[in-house]
Design a protein around this ligand. Sequence first.
Ligand code: NAD
Length: 257
Amino acid sequence: MSTVVMTGCATGIGASTRKALEAAGHKIIGIDIRDAEIIADLSTAQGRKQALAQALEQSGGMLDGLVLCAGLGAQFRPVGKVVSVNYFGAVELLDGLLPALQRGKAPAAVVISSVASAHLPWEKNPLAAAFESGDEAAAQAIVSAAGEQGGNLAYAGSKNGLTVAVRKRVTAWGQAGVRLNTIAPGATETPLLQAGLQDARFSESIAKFIPPMGRRAEPAEMASVIAFLMSAAASYVHGAQICVDGGIDAQMRPTQF
Ligand code: NAD
């Protein structure tokens, strides 16, 4: 049996992924603010430190997989937390758990980004410098000062930064023997999406965000792709961002890929 650490396993895509990975025979060590083996708040440096320490303790310092699902939507307030969970909560766990993954068997990691990662290019991402220098307070200050645009900036900016952070690690992780990929979900029926639909500031744009396939995704449709990326069937897939979005990225950016 292989051991996989997962964040954000309590609800939505993470809960569905947990089920799929357990069915495939993996033992899960979940990290979440509730309903998990490790209860930790990934929006704080202290919570991330505690999560890392407990994950290493519970896995005996040897891991076969890592799935990072924890995330907050654009509607969440205070908006600085969106950046903290979506970017710092993922990147710090990636870096902190790489040595344990190196000791695992055919190790692989999957990070849940978003189609929103392509909504602004890295060169125009106002959070890029703060991410590169690891300055969480600066990133929070930028989104807090962005007024009405703060939620969208925090979400798209943090997901853009997250995909870039994964892609920049592809050489080091390849040499370490650990496959690392992202998926970019489109609108998926989860509590995060429902919270956005119930928020007057975001409901119209979310409701209009319907892909060529004409419907939103179910969490299980993300879980099956994550399970594939974690499996031996994906043994040569490394550094990829797989859009699982009903075609919306191709529709919005047909000439960019
Ligand atoms: P969700 O709200 O159901 O799940 C998010 C999970 O993260 C929950 O288990 C929650 O408890 C956990 N979490 C939130 N804050 C945390 C914190 N401070 N510390 C630890 N855990 C925390 O939403 P979801 O839609 O399943 O989201 C999963 C991932 O998918 C997120 O990264 C999200 O950005 C991404 N995503 C979702 C959609 C969508 O339409 N639902 C689209 C693109 C990307």
